[in-house]
Design a protein around this ligand. Structure first.
Ligand code: PFF
Length: 452
């Protein structure tokens, strides 16, 4: 077995984990899920879900990874015995499922950097999206996106992931701040911000049945939970790091960048009179592209905007590839580059249905929506539920000891975390699953049956 690597520095771990958390979930999904769920009302639920459910669950994943210093499957086996391998396996499956369509969207983003530079979509943003979203163009772009991610992971934890994310994450923050400052000068700024930040309590209550599972699913997705990622990243962390502090830094940074994404996207859409609620998943591509086509210096702004999105998507994709590579490294003698390429090829094949599906004219195929709905409503909550049951009810006191190692958290604070995991997080996920189940299988237009 090859000797296990570690992060060179604590900051290295932090930026890598923030890089994983900040991704298409923040920049693409968060704005359109907010729009689909009635604007600011969704943001409120989302913030509650991140704080009460996402943060404690993140710490649960950290505890498993650092206690064992193993890959995600081996970690659960070490702590609970062979039967618990299923939790790690579930995380890997969920992660691959998500990355299989995520990398297709990543490919589109690369295409849009080019399209912005050349102005290719300026005449007809809708037609451009249809042209690049599926078929051979999408496959080539998906392959390019995966190739970059594979290249970074192949170079290792310290020389690949840590070095790359140390450049990527600060660039994302600086460029997003610059874009937000510019977006706030646009004519649509006041309306855009009002839409994003002033909740309509009536619609919140009325639509709770769909808003809650979407908000909780979004909290898991954005924190990269339920995919083995945070277990794996924490397995390279030393005993003297404070997991609660690191977790807090990651959650706060990720949330701020999500909010910043809204501050960028909504003023731009409102400035061009585009209704976010009707643009759906295509908002980032079609609607933002339409806005860049109309705004002064649109080419430059388009390159910067889609460049930021690409950096964010890549720093997330590498974290997921690392889950598989770490598993294989722990179990075989094959070299890291070979394993990284192998994982890339598997993902490429899994992504083909999403990349090939011509779908509706907006470019968003039934398959795509199906993959996404299943991930949000079923796989992610189920996967996190298993982690939470294990950490809360099986590991119990050991989890508390691990959380406290390297931190100044008192016994009382750590016990409060354990009980939050055992009850609040657990019940929150069960409720989410029940509601998600309803919209997937039972509702009149149940998503699960849609593509068939
Ligand atoms: N936290 C990531 C995001 O918000 O985009 C989630 C993610 C998706 C991570 C896909 C990794 C990945 F491959």
């Amino acid at each position: 077995m090859v000797e296990r690597e570690t992060w060179a520095t604590r900051v290295g771990f932090l930026v890598a984990a923030i890089g994983s958390a900040v991704g298409l979930g923040n920049l693409w999904q968060f704005p359109f899920k907010t729009a689909a769920n009635g604007g600011a009302a969704f943001v409120v639920f989302y913030l509650i879900a991140v704080t009460l459910i996402g943060f404690p669950a993140l710490l649960a994943e950290f505890v498993v990874g650092r206690r064992t210093h193993r890959n995600v499957v081996g970690a659960f086996e070490d702590l609970g015995g062979p039967a618990w391998r299923v939790v790690g396996a579930m995380g890997m499956v969920t992660g691959f499922w998500i990355l299989s369509y995520y990398d297709v969207v990543g490919g589109w983003v690369l295409r849009y950097i080019l399209g912005s530079a050349t102005g290719a979509y300026f005449d007809d943003p809708g037609a451009y999206l249809s042209a690049v979203a599926s078929g051979p163009e999408a496959i080539v772009a998906q392959a390019a996106f995966l190739a970059i991610a594979v290249g970074i992971v192949a170079m290792g934890i310290e020389d690949g992931i840590e070095k790359a994310t140390k450049v990527m994450v600060p660039s994302i923050v600086v460029l997003m701040l610059a874009l937000a400052a510019w977006a706030l000068t646009l004519g649509g700024a006041a309306d855009g911000l009002a839409y994003f930040l002033s909740p309509d309590v009536g619609s919140l209550v009325e639509n709770a049945g769909t808003v809650i599972p979407d908000a909780v699913g979004q909290a898991f997705f954005t924190l990269s939970l339920g995919m083995g990622i945070m277990v794996t990243y924490a397995s390279y962390v030393g005993e003297d790091d404070s997991l609660p502090v690191d977790g807090g830094v990651i959650v706060v940074s990720n949330t701020l960048i999500g909010v910043l994404a809204g501050v960028v996207v909504f003023p731009i859409l409102f400035a061009e009179g585009i209704d976010p609620a009707t643009s759906g998943p295509t908002a980032l591509f079609e609607a933002m592209a339409a806005a860049f086509a109309a705004l002064p210096a649109g080419r430059l702004l388009g390159v910067v905007f889609f460049g930021v999105v690409a950096l964010a998507a890549l720093s997330s994709a590498i974290s997921l590839l690392e889950v598989a590579v770490s598993y294989a490294t722990d179990n075989t003698d094959a070299s890291r580059p070979t394993l990284a390429v192998g994982a890339g090829v598997v993902l490429f094949v899994l992504g083909l249905p999403s990349a090939l599906d011509t779908g509706d004219p907006g470019g968003f195929s039934a398959w795509f929506v199906w993959f996404d709905a299943l991930a949000y409503n079923l796989l992610l909550p189920l996967s996190v539920l298993l982690v939470v049951v294990f950490v809360g009810w099986v590991l119990g006191r050991d989890a508390v000891a691990e959380l406290r190692a390297g931190s100044t958290a008192s016994e009382g604070v750590a016990a409060a975390w354990l009980w939050t995991v055992r009850l609040v997080v657990l019940l929150g996920i069960v409720a989410t699953l029940a509601l998600g189940f309803e919209s997937l299988f039972l509702a009149e237009d149940a998503t699960f049956f849609a593509p068939f």
